[in-house]
Design a protein around this ligand. Structure first.
Ligand SMILES: Cc1cc2nc3c(=O)[nH]c(=O)nc-3n(C[C@H](O)[C@H](O)[C@H](O)COP(=O)(O)OP(=O)(O)OC[C@H]3O[C@@H](n4cnc5c(N)ncnc54)[C@H](O)[C@@H]3O)c2cc1C
Length: 559
């Protein structure tokens, strides 16, 4: 873990560098020219210059040994600057992840050492033309090359598609089928038979180089097989999902805030109908406030997950990583889209940046597992917990929120509990009616689970903040009062969503018949969830006041 002061300094150097070298005009020009600024990427990775790589390489290999929490903060900062550049820099970490988790000590020393000392760029080569979400359909092969009865190397044949840094990396982690199954190999730039295509002409992240790779009888020595044992590739890829999904979650957060950080000041200066847009509730409560709340709910979940990964005793937390990624990247996309609307016609032009951010952030719901794959991952995992606990898993989580509500009645934990109880009931109805045979229901459950868990998480963060117990590195964009108001609004939304949509879809799939509907409504506690919406608008007013640094109604009265 990096000391808070050191991390703060690194983040500040990054911000200062961006201010000097990457003003909006430069980013817009590069985006229009569809150009990856390779010298800037190299500068960011050079150990003698910005050396962002160093933050994330373990100390024993010459880095600073940053943990998941450090990585989340650096990724958010990078994405706030530019998501294409963030993708370029972090492709190296993605590319080196199979090495970090699965390589032999010699391989780690060589490759992680080179990343730290020379700032070499890596790429992560998993996706193929026929194998995207389903990596099991992998076609690239790595055939053993034998000499005197022992394996001396492998011949790699196949194609990889949409590889970040594909045209500029110095080394590539490549997933290929060996006789014993999928395995990772390190392939260096320039080896015979290995070529890459021209960069893709993309919708967004145009500052990032994305290219297809081709392997025609590419020979690599046996020591390029990561870990030295065939067939470990998918396990090695799985082992870092919690961590890498937190990285991409932070991308969604950074890009979403980058858009809102433009829309909010704009709305204070744009005068329409006699006053600034920021004073118009119909504007703030549709285009700004809900997105702030969703981003901060996702942040609460990211921070909890990163802390748990860093504590190191709960495995790789893949499902939590999936929830963090799903919520933060969906929130980032919605925030960027709303920011275009918030800037009206200006938002639709290149010059004001929000349309670029909106194009850029779109990738975060596609790469590192699409949103639909996240929904499936979340749902399948939590479904098992529901079955194992005989339907009690989310009732237990709800009871924890009820306990929290007793000590902290202002952080929305009561509504979070309603969301979690309703979730348990929807899952139980789905079990009884065998409704998850409908894939649509399985995936919708994934969404409701993510909302309900995030509601609990935001309530806990608001309570910790009220007690001044948040970790030193935690974000402090808002004070405890504003965070508590956000927790209340989000928990109400989660409860309403889970219960109302759950009722609709379970009923729609024939999970309840007419005569059972009143009792199903009662088990979902629909009347209580409706009553819990009281106070919603004044909480949103309070959040808008905090966002725009205005006096609240109470403060105005007192003054
Ligand atoms: C700019 C960019 C950079 C990238 N960088 C990298 C990189 O560095 N390394 C790398 O290995 N890959 C990279 N990728 C690839 C990326 O990870 C894949 O695009 C992604 O995993 C989705 O795969 P796919 O595009 O084949 O879509 P598909 O898997 O074909 O999915 C298409 C749609 O169908 C949905 N879908 C898929 N399966 C199911 C299912 N079972 N049930 C229901 N719905 C389903 C998906 O959610 C999606 O909406 C990059 C892609 C892009 C565009």
């Amino acid at each position: 873990m990096i000391a808070p002061k050191t991390l703060k300094l690194s983040l500040k150097s990054l911000r200062d560098f961006a201010k000097k070298k990457l003003p909006d005009e430069t980013l817009i020009e590069l985006d229009e020219r569809d150009e990856c600024p390779i010298e800037i990427v190299r500068h960011m990775c050079d150990p003698d210059k910005l050396g962002i790589q160093l933050l994330l390489v373990p100390e024993e290999y010459g880095g600073m040994g940053g943990g998941a929490f450090d990585i989340y903060l650096v990724c958010e900062e990078m994405a706030h600057i530019d998501l294409g550049l963030a993708t370029s820099v972090f492709a190296t970490f993605l590319g080196s992840d199979p090495i970090t988790v699965g390589a032999t000590p010699e391989q780690k020393k060589l490759w992680l050492g080179r990343i730290a000392e020379e700032g070499i760029l890596f790429a992560y080569g998993a996706t193929e033309p026929e194998a995207g979400s389903d990596l099991g359909a992998l076609r690239t092969t790595a055939d053993r090359v034998m000499q005197d009865g022992r394996i001396v190397g492998y011949k790699i044949n196949g194609n990889k598609q949409w590889i970040s840094n594909g045209g500029i990396a110095d080394a590539y982690s490549v997933l290929a089928n060996t006789p014993a199954g999928p395995s990772w190999f390190v392939v260096e730039r320039g080896v015979k038979g290995f070529t890459h295509d021209e960069p893709e002409d993309k919708h967004g992240i145009r500052l990032s180089n994305t290219a297809a790779l081709a392997f025609n009888d590419v020979f690599v020595d046996a020591d390029r097989l990561i870990g030295g044992v065939e067939g470990q590739g998918l396990t090695q890829a799985q082992a870092v999902f919690g961590y890498t999904r937190v990285m991409v979650a932070a991308f969604g957060l950074g890009a979403g805030w980058s858009a809102l950080d433009r829309a909010v000041p704009y709305s204070t200066k744009r005068i329409q109908a006699g006053g600034p847009l920021s004073e118009k509730q119909g504007y703030t409560h549709k285009l700004i406030v809900p997105h702030v709340i969703h981003l901060e709910a996702a942040r609460a979940y990211i921070e909890e997950t990163a802390e748990r990964i860093d504590a190191g005793n709960e495995g790789s937390l893949n499902t939590e990583g999936a929830i963090a990624k799903y919520m933060a990247t969906e929130a980032g996309n919605a925030a960027a889209e709303a920011s275009i609307q918030a800037l009206g016609g200006y938002g639709y032009t290149h010059e004001y940046m929000v349309e670029k951010i909106s194009r850029d952030v779109r990738i975060t719901v596609i790469y590192e597992g699409t949103s639909e794959i996240m929904e499936m991952t979340i749902s399948r995992d939590r479904w098992q917990l529901h079955l194992k606990t005989r339907g009690q898993y989310y009732h237990d989580e709800a009871r924890k929120c009820e306990t929290l509500h007793k000590s902290h009645p202002n952080v929305g934990a009561d509504a979070a509990a309603l969301a979690l109880h309703a979730l348990a009931e929807v899952m139980e109805k789905a079990r009884i009616g065998r409704l998850t045979r409908h894939q649509h229901i399985l995936l919708r459950l994934g969404e409701w689970i993510a909302y309900a868990e995030c509601a609990g998480s935001l309530s806990r963060r608001a309570a910790l903040m009220a007690e001044s117990k948040l970790s030193e590195k935690s974000s402090r964009r808002f004070d405890a009062t504003a965070l508590a108001a956000m927790a209340r609004v989000f928990a109400r939304e989660a409860a309403f969503k889970v219960a109302e949509e759950g009722f609709r879809i379970v009923t729609g799939a024939g999970g309840v018949v007419e005569s059972e509907m009143p009792s199903f409504e009662a088990t979902l506690a629909l009347p209580a969830i409706h009553r819990a919406q009281a106070g919603l608008i004044s909480d949103m007013d309070e959040i808008a006041d905090a966002l725009y640094n205005r006096k609240t109604k109470e403060e105005q009265k007192a003054a």
